[in-house]
Write a protein that binds this ligand. Structure first.
Ligand code: 16G
Ligand code: ZN
Length: 517
C-alpha cells in the first residue's frame, strides 16, 4: 500500500475531530458539510470490498428523501444488493478513525477481511441531484484512486440504476448492459411487449402525472420517455428546475402527510404517483369526486402485483412457491387480505430493505414492499429458467402465453432493489392488462385507520425489540403497558421501535377507528 499517498490524500479530506457517524439502515446520512471524509473513506472501502469479492462494487451518493442540505452514501454489493452486514462494521470503523489512525485501520480491515492488496479493484459511482453530490463523489474518487482502484463514474443516476449497472457488470451482461441505454432498452422493450395487446384494443391510453420530488427521477424519466410507446403519456411534475429537492413533495412527503405534493395540480380521478429523491420509492394516489385524497401505498402495490403474479403462476401450472414479505408498518388490513383473499403466505421482517430482500430470496417468487413504497419482486434462478423455457417451448398455447407475460415481468422488474421507474411500469402494465382503474385497485381492501408518530427520548437505544420489531423486550414493563392499551380496542395493534435513521423512537398504532388508533 502507498502509505505516503494515503497521508497526502487524507489530509485533503480531514475528519472533523470527535465526529462519529454510523453506517445505518441506509448507509451514512448527515449534513453534507460533514461528509467529505466519509466519502473519501467509502471510496477506499469500496476498493477493499472489490478486492475481496473479485467484483465491481457500487458507491451511491444520495440522501434519498432527506432534505436537500443533507447527503449520504451507500455501497452496493456485487449482485446489486446492499452491502453485506459484516462490512457495515468495517465501514463504521473506517469512517470514525481519526486521521492519524487511518493507515492502521485500513491495515486492520485488510487483515480481518483477508484483502489481497495485489488484486485489481473496480468501482462504479453514481450520484443524485443534490448541490453537494458532485463534490462529494469527487472525494469518493480520491479514495478509490489512493488505493489504486479503477472506477467508472456514471454521474447523475437514480439509486436503482446504479444497482442495476453493478449487477449487469458482475453477471457478464446476463442481467443486461451496464449502460443507461441498456437499462432503458431492457425495461421499455418488456413494457411494450406487455401492453401491446391492450394498446391495440385501444384500452391503454394511459395518462399518469408523476411528482419527481424535484430530483433525479425527473431527469431519468425524461430520458426514458423517448423509448416509450407513444400511447403512454406521462406528465412530469416537480422536475427540479424551480423548487428544492423533496420540499413539500415526493413519495415520503405524500405518505407521511397523506396529502398531494405541492406543484402537482390534481383533478378528480386522475392517476398520480410520487417518486422519492433518488427514485427508489413510489406511491400512487388520486382524489375522488368528493375531493377526498386516496393514497395507494406500498402495501397495495404489493397486493396488486401478488394477485397478478399468482394468477399467472396458476396458469403456467408449475409448483412455484410465492410469498410476500412486509414489515411491521404494513397495514393489518393488507396482511389479512393477502393471506385470506389472495391466499399467499405473508412474512414479516425488520424494517430496512436488506431484511426484506434477504427474506424474499427464500422463495421462487418473493414479492417485498415496505408501506413507504420501496419494493420489488425477486425470482429464483430456477423459477426464472423454468419460465423462460416454457415461454419458448410450451405447446399448450394458454400456458405459453402466461409464461411469456411472466418472462416480460421478470425483465421489467428491477430485481436488484426497489426502483420507482421500474415499479411504475410494472403497475401501469398490470392495470392496463387487467383493465383496472386506480379506484378499482384502491377498492381491493380498506386500510385500517392508523397513526405513526415520532418521539424524542434521551436514549433511544434503551428500547430493544424482537419479533420483527413488533415487541419491545426492554425497558422492562414497556411491552406490558402497550399490551394493556391494545387490549382495550378492536382490531388494534401497536408497537414502538428506535429509528435506524433518526434520533427518535417511532410509535405505530392501528385500530378500528381513527380516534381509537
Ligand atoms: C431507510 C431504509 C428504508 C426504511 C427506513 C426506515 C433502505 C435502503 N432504506 O430509509 O427501507 O423504511 O430507513 O427508517 O434500507 P427508520 O428506521 O428511521 O424508521
Ligand atoms: Zn430513496
Amino acid at each position: 500500500m502507498d502509505f505516503e499517498g494515503l497521508k497526502k490524500y487524507s489530509a485533503l479530506h480531514p475528519k472533523p475531530a470527535g465526529l462519529t457517524l454510523q453506517y445505518g439502515t441506509a448507509g451514512f446520512r448527515s449534513e453534507a458539510q460533514q461528509l467529505d471524509h466519509i466519502m473519501f473513506r467509502m471510496g477506499m472501502l469500496a476498493v477493499l470490498r472489490s478486492r475481496v469479492t473479485g467484483a465491481t462494487i457500487g458507491v451511491m451518493v444520495t440522501a434519498s428523501h432527506n432534505p436537500e442540505e443533507d447527503n449520504g452514501v451507500k455501497l452496493v454489493d456485487p449482485l446489486g444488493e446492499m452491502l453485506h452486514p459484516s462490512w457495515e462494521e468495517y465501514a463504521t470503523h473506517l469512517a470514525n478513525a481519526e486521521d492519524q489512525e487511518l493507515q492502521k485501520i485500513v491495515t486492520e480491515i485488510c487483515q480481518k477481511a483477508a484483502v489481497n492488496q495485489q488484486k485489481d479493484a473496480s468501482v462504479f459511482i453514481g450520484r443524485d441531484t443534490r448541490p453537494s453530490s458532485k463534490e462529494l463523489s469527487q472525494a469518493v474518487i480520491d479514495g478509490i484512486s489512493v488505493l489504486g482502484g479503477q472506477y467508472h463514474d456514471y454521474g447523475l443516476v437514480t439509486t436503482p440504476q446504479l444497482h442495476y449497472m453493478v449487477c449487469c457488470q458482475n453477471t457478464q451482461g446476463q442481467y443486461g448492459k451496464p449502460t443507461l441505454e441498456g437499462y432503458y432498452q431492457k425495461l421499455s422493450r418488456a413494457f411494450t411487449e406487455l401492453i401491446k395487446k391492450s394498446l391495440s384494443s385501444g384500452e391503454a391510453q394511459r395518462q399518469l402525472k408523476i411528482d419527481c420530488a424535484n430530483g433525479i427521477g425527473a431527469l431519468k424519466l425524461a430520458e426514458m420517455e423517448n423509448y416509450f410507446p407513444k400511447e403512454v403519456r406521462i406528465q412530469i411534475y416537480n422536475d427540479g428546475t424551480k423548487e428544492k429537492l423533496n420540499h413539500l413533495c415526493g413519495a415520503d412527503f405524500v405518505k407521511v402527510h397523506q396529502k398531494p405534493p405541492k406543484g402537482l395540480d390534481m383533478k378528480p380521478n386522475e392517476s398520480c404517483c410520487s417518486f422519492d429523491g433518488d427514485a427508489d420509492r413510489i406511491v400512487y394516489y388520486y382524489q375522488d369526486m368528493a375531493g377526498h385524497f386516496h393514497l395507494i401505498d406500498g402495501d397495495k402495490i404489493a397486493t396488486l402485483i401478488s394477485i397478478f403474479l399468482k394468477e399467472l403462476l396458476a396458469k403456467v401450472g408449475q409448483t412455484l412457491k410465492m410469498a410476500v414479505v412486509q414489515t411491521a408498518y404494513a397495514n393489518g388490513s393488507s396482511t389479512r387480505y393477502l393471506e385470506e383473499t389472495v391466499q399467499v403466505p405473508v412474512h414479516c421482517v425488520k424494517t430496512g430493505v436488506k431484511h426484506l430482500h434477504h427474506k424474499a430470496q427464500e422463495f421462487d417468487v418473493g414479492v417485498y414492499f415496505e408501506a413507504n413504497g420501496h419494493g420489488t419482486v425477486l425470482f429464483s434462478k430456477a423459477a426464472e429458467s423454468t419460465i423462460r423455457q416454457l415461454a419458448k417451448e410450451e405447446k399448450d398455447g394458454a400456458k405459453r402465453e402466461a409464461a411469456v407475460v411472466l418472462e416480460n415481468m421478470i425483465d421489467l422488474i428491477n430485481q436488484t432493489v426497489g426502483d420507482a421507474i421500474s415499479d411504475m411500469l410494472v403497475i401501469e402494465a398490470i392495470l392496463a392488462m387487467k383493465g383496472l382503474t386506480l379506484q378499482q385497485w384502491d377498492a381491493l381492501y380498506a386500510d385500517f385507520p392508523s397513526r405513526l408518530l415520532k418521539v424524542q427520548v434521551a436514549d433511544r437505544q434503551v428500547i430493544d425489540t424482537t419479533d420483527a420489531e413488533r415487541r419491545a423486550v426492554t425497558p422492562p414493563g414497556l411491552q406490558e403497558k402497550i399490551d394493556a392499551l391494545v387490549k382495550k380496542y378492536k382490531l388494534s395493534r401497536a408497537f414502538v421501535r428506535p429509528s435506524g435513521t433518526e434520533d427518535v423512537v417511532r410509535v405505530y398504532a392501528e385500530a378500528d377507528t381513527q380516534v381509537r388508533a
